[in-house]
Design a protein around this ligand. Structure first.
Ligand code: CA
Length: 235
């Protein structure tokens, strides 16, 4: 059973979430931000359902903290309608999806299933030795062997291009800001310029397009950054 941590301070909402999810998932609950962080120190989860407005530590801060250490746990944020502009903020700090309150529980369940499916679908596959990011025969990235095949053809990437693409591809559909990409891929003693990120992305795109004309694996999210795009139509 997949494990879900629900972080929600409203008792009524928490109870409803539990009732709707407990048949399919192992549910853990935290009623405030600090408790959530304490639980996260001890346990790992497949999905965190994270309310934004919480006592002590906000959902944003929790999301940020989780992402600093772990790129794999899926995070679905719950936000109030009045906080809609926070959508971008949620994605910017590494949430995988968000839902605006009030929402239908069927919608919530569908979103969770979609997140888990998406994740399974592109999950790092481990063979005897190597880890792969694999997508429908179109895209195959051997992370340890540092090789990329798109449309059955090998693509040569520079070290930085490979690091950048493997970070994005290992976290499909998650939006990374240019700042975060710079932080994660570039060393402290290297020239740290956001335009460097853009030019590397541009080069990767050119290389991908050479073997697969209408590819849009790396998508620009305007005003935020980039994400590795896996849409149904790229299957
Ligand atoms: Ca709340």
């Amino acid at each position: 059973m997949k494990k879900i941590l629900i972080v929600e301070d409203e008792t009524y909402m928490m109870d409803l979430l539990k009732i709707h999810l407990r048949n399919e998932y192992a549910i853990f609950a935290a009623k405030d931000g600090q408790t959530a962080l304490d639980i996260l120190q001890e346990k790992s989860f497949d999905v965190i359902i994270l309310d934004v407005m919480l006592p002590y530590v906000s959902g944003w801060e929790i999301c940020k903290k989780v992402r600093e250490e772990d790129a794999e746990t899926l995070i679905l944020m719950l936000t109030a309608r009045s906080e809609l502009s926070d959508k971008v903020m949620g994605l910017e700090i590494g949430a995988d999806d968000y839902l605006v309150k009030p929402f239908e529980f069927e919608e919530l369940k569908a979103r969770i299933r979609a997140l888990l499916r998406r994740y399974e679908h592109t999950k790092l596959e481990s063979s005897e030795e190597n880890k792969y990011v694999y997508f429908n025969g179109l895209f195959r990235m051997d992370l340890d062997g540092r090789q990329l095949f798109v449309n059955q053809q090998q693509i040569e990437l520079t070290a930085k291009e490979f690091d950048l693409l493997s970070l994005l591809a290992s976290n499909p559909n998650r939006v990374f800001t240019r700042e975060i990409l710079l932080d994660k891929i570039w060393e402290i003693n290297e020239i740290r310029d956001l335009r460097n990120v853009d030019s590397h992305i541009k080069n990767i795109r050119i290389k991908l397009k050479k073997v697969l004309e209408d590819t849009n694996f790396i998508q620009t999210v305007w005003g935020v950054g980039y994400k590795f795009n896996l849409h149904e139509d790229t299957k």
